[in-house]
Design a protein. Sequence first.
Length: 442
Amino acid sequence: MRESETKTDRRTFLAGSAAVIGAAVIPNAVSYARILGANDRISLAHIGIGNRGQELDWIIAQHKIDKNVEMTAVCDLWNMRRDRAVKENTKYYGRAPRAFEYLEDVLALPDIDAVVISTPEHSHSPILKLTAEADKDAYVEKPMGNVLAEAKAARDAVKQHKRIVQVGTQHRSEPYPRTAHDLVQTGVLGDVSKVEIVWNYHGPRWRGRPESKQVKEQDTDWRKWLMTKPYRPFDPQIYCEFRLYREFSSGIPDQWMSHAMDLVHWFMNDDYPRSVAANGGIFAWHDGRENADTFQALLEYPKGFLVSYSTSFGNDAPSFTRFMGKKATLFNHGGEGSPRYSVVEEKGNHEDNPDVDKVRPSKDILLPGQTKLPPMGQGDLTLEHTANWFECMRSRQQPHCTVDNGFAHSVACMMSTEAYWSGKKQYWNASEQMIQDHPVES
């Protein structure tokens, strides 16, 4: 999910009933003693509690009774956020969680069952790896990673330690996308040759956060925040507006495109692009940012379809997604997370009949028992994804967005980012699991 501009002022064009993905996971000897029974409380720790972290704390607190969970520890390098997290979770649970500055101290706690990771994206994979090695389950925000070697290492650690990890592309768990997904699996669209995604926003996304004027170097640990990145002098704008800076984030691909590609992979049952080309630039907001405010990528997939992804931050023209098949088109009306879907039969063509759209049968996708259309926007406070994670922690079944799914959407975004910065088409070498700038030999 994208971190909000403020706690309450979220975009309005945001927004699950397929079977649980994956088979049962057999726990290893170390974790066996910690398998949770139906009545055992799940003890959680939260690492990285910015604006999105605050939202996740609220979401998780909604499950405190029905899923029997409690946030018993919070961790953030910045004392202001750490103190705020203690206060808010005390309000939710009636007692204060333990507060830690360093994640290593949290991961050493024997009573913590699982960790929520909502740090800046350059640290998602490194912290997920450490969490898995500590034999704890995890909920990690997307993208799962933006450095290929780090994402691989995190994935491999999760599998080696048989952890239950939910990656935070929450639309896989929401009821309308799940219903649309199930419909696509019936073959109603026919052969899909193209997927078009256009998600727009008019504003200098991620710039101007008030926190950048509040954070002081003495109130945090800048070197620890940098994680795997080379040292550079403390910069409060990078600390709070990291999505604008190339070394820490790709911006649009990491934050927006990761959601889009995860849905494409899920709907189309195809996980890795064969090739990606991308272009864009800073055309709307000349404010010192490094990452593009206008971005477009074209991704070819092995099953034989093209994905066009486009975002502009300089214009809020209507957003949409459409899966274009020979028999029908699946429309998602609105931007990321919109619960409004419809299927339009592919009948006739505009050359023979300019008014053909008027005679093409269209059917809205509704949930059982519903007759009214859902809105075209939905916030990021939906509960289904975290609920699924807690259920899977108890059953040891794989959740809706596994570490493999998270790795796949990360690869698509990393390929797009590399294509943008290099100006060269990028290719996925599946056998070597690497990104390269020349076609893969068959």
